[in-house]
Design a protein around this ligand. Structure first.
Ligand SMILES: *[C@@H]1O[C@H](CO)[C@@H](O)[C@H](O)[C@H]1NC(C)=O
Ligand SMILES: *[C@@H]1O[C@H](CO)[C@@H](O)[C@H](O)[C@H]1NC(C)=O
Length: 399
């Protein structure tokens, strides 16, 4: 038993490293091919497809300078004639996640071609949102945040910026952690006044039924104990030490390094396996600790400092305050899409969330179940247009 647990822990370690390292390699290759290292998302992956694109910046109330990209027109050049939509990526990614496949397959392009005014958010710490008014990513203090702050600061900064810039209420679409930060804000009745509706793909709220054993063990051992203990505040293991560890573990008997995305996110039916050039972005270790607290407790609470005094200092109470999903206003239009094979946004946990929302007005809540989808299919599935995005746009039209 103990040995099995240990083996799982090692695999978990390894998985996270491999994911990050292979992604970093992919990014380097892509950049080398394009000869474009720091041109930004507009120049490197939107304009190259023949779409207009604007780079914007917004500063959060706690000083993080975030980039946003806007696609204000169809590929034909005709200006958007539908409301703005803000797309919010999940953990370990950035706005490029919405642009990854061909324009016929990727949500950002599809929305633009359907006449929406598309805005892409990038949360703090990602490649194009790494500036701060006084800190830089080499400072430990730069990484002193979890998704509490993504919800309280980044989300509201991006939403308010789009609202002010366009003078219109917007639709919101988030994937994975991009759903949790929205649900948390909605439960506190924040940002709702600027939104028409929200689409939540692979919704993350309750996390204690996660079926992926390695992820669970990561929550118990790896994240909280090892990384924090090492004093690592930025979780970006793209480095020689990480590569060495990885190389050793990959050669252990019984360890298969070729299937890691499946280990973590479920068997994605529909991602294009000939496309491996996706990038992965760092996050804060504190964010991972926060998520691991949720996996252990099943509670949707603010970050737990782990001792009553510190919680007292931050929250004025001994335990962290809860985000109450039943407080989300019943008339706020919500479109949820979740997959039968998703090991992060697993069916049982989503059902707990849907139960929280059971008093929601019937015509304001759509829960679209996609039997064959796992976590990454929602953003990179080659058939996501038919399976998820068309129904989502139909929902937007009604709201
Ligand atoms: C590792 O997994 C891949 C993909 O699932 C499979 O094709 C390969 O045969 C496996 N290798 C070993 C040594 O089990
Ligand atoms: C998969 O990606 C390759 C390489 O980008 C592309 O040529 C192919 O058309 C894609 N397949 C599908 C079904 O999108």
């Amino acid at each position: 038993m103990a040995i099995l647990k240990m083996a799982n822990t090692i695999i978990t370690f390894l998985s996270v490293f491999v994911l990050c390292i292979s992604a970093a390699e992919g990014r380097k290759t892509l950049n080398a091919i394009n000869g474009e290292v720091d041109d930004g998302i507009c120049k490197s992956i939107v304009e190259t497809q023949g779409y207009k694109c604007e780079e914007h910046k917004v500063t959060t109330d706690d000083g993080y300078i975030l980039s946003l990209q806007r696609m204000p027109a169809r590929r034909s050049g005709a200006n958007a004639d539908k409301p703005p939509v803000l797309l919010q990526h999940g953990i370990f990614s950035d706005a490029s996640t919405w642009l990854f496949n061909s324009p016929e397959e990727s949500l950002a392009f599809i929305l633009a071609d359907n006449g929406y005014d598309v805005w892409l958010a990038n949360t703090r710490g990602t490649k194009y949102s790494s500036e701060h008014t006084s800190l830089n990513p080499n400072d430990k203090a730069y990484w002193d945040w979890s998704w509490d702050q993504l919800s309280a600061y980044d989300l509201s900064a991006s939403v308010n910026y789009v609202y002010k810039n366009t003078g219109q209420k917007l639709h919101y679409a988030g994937h994975s952690l991009g759903t949790l930060i929205a649900l948390a804000a909605f439960s506190q009745h924040k940002v709702l006044d600027s939104l028409r509706s929200a689409a939540l793909l692979s919704p993350i709220a309750h996390l204690n039924q996660i079926p992926s054993q390695p992820t669970k063990i990561a929550a118990d051992i790896f994240i909280a104990n090892v990384v924090y203990w090492l004093g690592i505040r930025e979780f970006d293991p793209i480095g020689q030490d990480a590569a060495n560890v990885l190389d050793k573990i990959c050669h252990l008997p019984g360890v298969n390094c070729s299937n890691l995305m499946t280990v973590f996110t479920g068997p994605n039916c529909c991602v294009n396996s000939s496309r491996t050039d996706f990038s992965m972005e760092p996050t804060s270790t504190k964010n991972l600790i926060h998520l691991s607290q949720m996996i252990r407790t099943g509670k949707i609470a603010m970050y737990d400092y782990g001792d009553q005094q510190q919680n007292m200092a931050h929250y004025g109470r001994a335990s962290p305050p809860l985000y109450d999903m039943t407080s989300i206003p019943n008339d706020f239009p919500l479109f949820l899409s979740y997959g039968g094979k998703d090991t992060l946004s697993d069916v049982i946990d989503v059902q707990v969330l849907l139960d929280d929302l059971k008093d929601h007005e019937r015509d304001k809540l759509v829960a679209a179940f996609v039997e064959e989808y796992a976590h990454i299919d929602f953003v990179r599935g080659v058939n996501a247009r038919q399976v998820v995005y068309e129904p989502m746009m139909a929902f937007f039209k009604l709201n």
